[in-house]
Design a protein. Structure first.
Length: 107
């Protein structure tokens, strides 16, 4: 049950971070725009990369049990790709229904 709740809360937290990060649509240092698809995929990939770094052994054991030692998907770093895809989906819906940029925050 802890793994199930952990996955549920992880992706809920990931969605909240992506939605909150949607306020920043301009990079202040580089002076370039940051479209929603870049922000969302970057945050999803980065958060899952950090997750893989923390739980590499457990994820590797799970994937080897599921796909075999020589399986194509035996590497836990496939979760980074999953984070990019999930980030894009979350970012699309957050931008579509919540808006984008500083104007989404009421003052």
């Amino acid at each position: 049950m802890m793994l199930r709740f952990g996955i549920l809360f992880w992706y809920t937290t990931l969605g909240l971070i992506i939605a909150i990060f949607g306020v920043f649509n301009w990079h202040p240092i580089l002076k370039i725009p940051m479209p929603w698809w870049f922000r969302a995929s970057f945050m999803g990939g980065w958060m899952n990369f950090v997750l893989v770094l923390f739980a590499y052994d457990m994820m590797e054991n799970f994937l080897v049990a599921a796909f075999g030692q020589q399986g194509v998907f035996a590497s836990p770093f496939w979760f980074v790709v999953e984070g990019i895809i999930v980030g894009l989906i979350i970012g699309f819906f957050a931008t579509r229904y919540g808006g984008e940029g500083p104007e989404t925050v009421r003052q």
